[in-house]
Write a protein that binds this ligand. Structure first.
Ligand code: SF4
Length: 387
């Protein structure tokens, strides 16, 4: 019999999945649907019902919501009134920290200054723009809904609306991308002086247009050496511009690391709401159904829209905490994990720690296990050693 996981009482995050996009980007594997008025209104009503259902149960009893994150999809396909009604439902249903970080993902083509001002006035205090690239040819090839000019306009609108915590997401390794093109992308992003910048290597997700093109041999992807050069170039340029790296792909001005996303790498728990949203609560991981119809059916029946649940064991959670924690520059603090799981990570993982230390990929500083600069670039490989 596996030992039961003890309920936790520490702070949590809330993730809200808004599953609509105006168009499907060729690299995107997220659960999204095209926007239709009746579909959107029905979804908002279901999301409000799901939020209130959790508020009436023990789901987050005794726990404070420290961060709220609207992701998707494109949350800004909803009206400001709809988004703020969801935020209000969260405040009514849960205990929310007065200093809560409220982030919203936005597509640069879908934001007007007045809309952003309404969000800002309603308590949204962090805006994350999915820029992906500043090269119109790259954007077109990836079928994104926006142009480079619209990214610049969106940043201007966000600033005028009062957003002082702005993220810009980039993707490197897009088809045909050279070092010179990538440098131009980085320069264009830095010129906008966001407080936070993230860059992710392109992954070819199953079922996407890019995956079909790759299967047909029609996608000119950079090789591994070029990818390593692009990553290193991004890291060097952002560091030189005064950004602090705090995770493999994430950089911020001091004080602007995304608290919500940090939770994913530091074994903090969260509740996900909306179709396809993932959750991690009281040691269990679960995901919601990836279907608007099924989501509606379950929520209307007053049932949690859970598709899969994995209860986990202390050892599995410890493995994940170390694997995810090694993605962070701060590394894995072993003492709290030892206390939480009654297992000693340094003892339990002595063999991989010694091997990776010999390979100069990790360093053990007292009670903190850290990836080296080189190890950080190989974070996915490091994770395998612990999972
Ligand atoms: S806008 Fe974002 S969520 Fe929508 S298809 Fe493009 S990458 Fe995916």
């Amino acid at each position: 019999m596996t030992p039961a996981m003890a309920p936790r009482g520490d702070g949590v995050g809330l993730y809200l999945h808004v599953p609509f996009c105006d168009r499907r980007c060729h690299f995107c594997g997220f659960f999204t649907r095209s926007r239709r008025g009746d579909r959107v209104a029905a979804f908002v009503s279901d999301l409000l019902a799901e939020t209130e259902w959790h508020g009436g149960t023990d789901t987050l009893r005794g726990r404070t919501v420290e961060t709220i994150y609207f992701g998707g999809g494109t949350p800004t396909t909803l009206s400001s009134g709809q988004l703020l009604s969801i935020l209000e439902a969260c405040r009514r249903s849960f205990v929310v920290d007065p200093a809560v970080e409220v982030s919203i993902e936005a597509n640069p083509a879908s934001v007007e200054e007045s809309f952003l001002r309404e969000l800002r006035d309603g308590g949204v205090n962090r805006l994350s723009l999915g820029a992906q690239s500043f090269d119109d040819a790259e954007l077109k090839a990836a079928n994104t809904p926006h142009t480079a000019q619209e990214i610049v306009q969106a940043v201007g609108a966000a600033r005028r609306a009062g957003f002082a915590n702005l993220n810009v997401d980039l993707i490197y390794g897009l088809p045909g991308q050279s070092l010179t093109r990538w440098q131009a992308n980085l320069d264009a992003a830095l010129a906008l002086a966001p407080e936070h910048l993230a860059f992710y290597g392109l992954t070819i997700e199953e079922g996407t247009q890019f995956s079909r093109e790759a299967e047909r041999g029609q996608l000119n992807l950079p090789d591994d050496d070029t990818l390593a050069d692009l990553y290193q170039e991004g890291r060097n340029r952002l560091r030189a511009a005064g950004y602090l790296q705090y995770e493999v792909s994430n950089f911020a001005r001091p004080g602007y690391a995304c608290r919500h996303n940090q939770g994913y790498w530091t074994d903090r728990e969260w509740l996900g709401l909306g179709p396809s949203a993932h959750s991690y609560l009281d040691g269990a991981r679960f995901s919601a159904v990836a279907s608007l119809e099924e989501y509606h059916r379950l929520v209307s029946a007053g049932m949690p829209p859970v598709a899969e649940k994995e209860p986990g064991t202390p050892l599995l959670r410890l493995r994940e905490a170390v694997a995810f924690g090694l993605r962070t520059v701060a590394g894995v603090a072993c003492a709290p994990l030892r206390e939480r799981y009654c297992l000693d990570p340094i003892e339990r993982f002595r063999e991989p720690i010694e091997r990776l230390t010999r390979d100069r990929l990790v360093v053990l500083h007292g009670e903190v296990l850290l990836a080296s600069d080189e190890g950080l670039m190989l974070a996915d490989d490091l994770a395998v050693a612990f999972l």
